[in-house]
Design a protein around this ligand. Structure first.
Ligand code: DSN
Length: 430
């Protein structure tokens, strides 16, 4: 045994070698097991995905693409990346897939790099209307280096106004039009966006990060045939590892997109993440995944209905996706105080701007809820109805300025523990 390595370097687990980190990991597993996860960008990956992440593939460095690497010893990495690409193509019925993006933001940045020069005009949805930071927010590199114009949603109903998108495209003649985002709960008319792009000579990018799993499961309109390029993340309702994908219906942009990812915006490939992407894409190709996607949609609609039944304002009056937005202004609450209180009660969600919001991003006037993780652990509509009432109880007490808030949160926390006990996540490895 080399003296450069501590005892057990190759064969002792983390519990022995680093109890401090191990304890933190255990605490997080416990938090996930005993809480109701309602953050729309989260899910619970399979044991097989966890396995794929923790293999010797993590040691391998490759740059470039299968068959054209800059380092030797890449034969198994090549097979793996090709398998992930093929599964992505099969799942989304497309001819091009890049599985290397480290995140959805990196995937979006690569599309900017592939098709635009700094200063070019881009039309995308405003962050406060449900867009995403990487679509040209002034705080993001894309907002600093490109001429960004935003469309919004109608304040009266929270829905996209396609006439406004068309008028802005006509006026600004963007090179790229982006649809999709991180907090728009309704189905988007992708054909309409493509027509606007065609009419004004723009490229169209659809970001389906928040509904890729529903597209894969066949319960949501599919942007891939309509957009020149579609980006996605694998860790939301695709139920896999943290990372991004770039897809296109044909391979006409393969060279541009590949070289935009590497060497354009990324270096070496995170191969254990590619292994885990292959696993999640394989899982999404199984027949059970269609049932999962339908259950996600049913549960999101149930949660939305239960919240509205209790007098809460759900933006757009419902959802076609795994997420929904609650406007807290009628209750006189901010997103920050509501999400903190719900977290203490075992219900984890995030504060989120709502259309027309005047509160700063760290405060906001809304909450965003997602059902992807809860659905994975087995919650159905009965459980989401109950969760809706628990959320409403907390918000009602907060709104009434209840002096016994701590007791209300504790009562909810006890009910959350009872609920989650019947739907445990990771058990012992079989
Ligand atoms: N884009 C962020 C979100 O929507 O939560 C992270 O995935």
């Amino acid at each position: 045994m080399t003296t450069y390595c501590h005892k057990g370097y190759f064969d002792h687990g983390i519990e022995d070698i680093d109890p401090q980190v191990h304890a933190m990991l255990q605490d997080e597993e416990d938090r996930q097991d005993h809480g109701v996860e309602l953050i729309a960008s989260e899910n619970i990956v399979s044991r097989a995905t966890l396995d794929a992440l923790g293999t010797a593939m993590v040691n391998k460095t490759v740059e470039g693409y299968p068959g054209h690497r800059y380092y030797g010893g890449a034969r198994h990495a090549d097979r793996l990346e090709i398998l992930a690409q093929e599964r992505a193509k099969q799942l989304f019925g497309c001819a091009y897939a890049n599985v290397q993006p480290h995140s959805g933001s990196q995937a979006n940045l690569a599309v900017f790099v592939a098709f635009l020069k700094p200063g070019d005009c881009v039309l995308s949805m405003d962050l406060s209307a449900g867009g995403h930071l990487s679509h040209g927010s002034s705080a993001n590199l894309t907002g600093k280096w490109f001429d960004i114009r935003h469309y919004g949603v109608r304040e009266e109903d929270g829905l996209l106004d396609y006439a406004q998108v068309a008028a802005l495209a006509e006026r600004h003649k963007p090179k790229l039009i982006i649809c999709g985002g991180s907090a728009y709960p309704r189905a988007i008319d992708f054909a309409r966006f493509r027509q606007i792009a065609e009419d004004t000579g723009a490229m169209m990018l659809a970001d389906m990060a928040h509904f890729a799993g529903l597209v894969a499961g066949g319960v949501h309109p599919d942007p891939v045939p309509h957009a020149h390029v579609t980006t996605a993340t694998t860790y939301k309702n695709l139920r896999g590892v943290r990372g991004g994908l770039i897809l296109a219906p044909d391979s006409g942009f393969e060279r541009k997109l590949n070289s935009a990812v590497f060497p354009g915006v990324q270096g070496s490939v995170i191969l254990n993440a590619v292994a885990a992407k292959a696993v999640c894409l394989g899982e999404a190709l199984r027949p059970e995944f269609k049932a999962y996607a339908q259950a996600v949609l049913d549960n999101a609609r149930q949660l939305s209905a239960s919240l509205m039944e209790r007098g809460l304002r759900v933006v757009t009056g419902g959802t076609d996706t795994p997420l929904l937005l609650v406007d807290l202004r009628p209750k006189g609450l901010t997103g920050a105080q509501a999400s903190d209180s719900l977290d203490r009660a075992g219900l984890t969600c995030n504060k989120n701007a709502v259309p027309g919001d005047t509160q700063p991003p760290r405060v906001t006037s809304g909450l965003r809820f997602g059902v992807s993780a809860g659905t994975t652990r087995g919650f159905g509509t009965a459980e989401f109805e109950k969760i809706g009432h628990l959320i409403a109880d907390i918000l009602a007490a907060l709104s009434a300025g209840s002096s016994g808030m701590e007791a209300v949160e504790q009562r909810c926390f006890a009910q959350v523990r009872k609920l989650t006990q019947d739907f445990p996540i990771y058990g012992p490895v079989k």
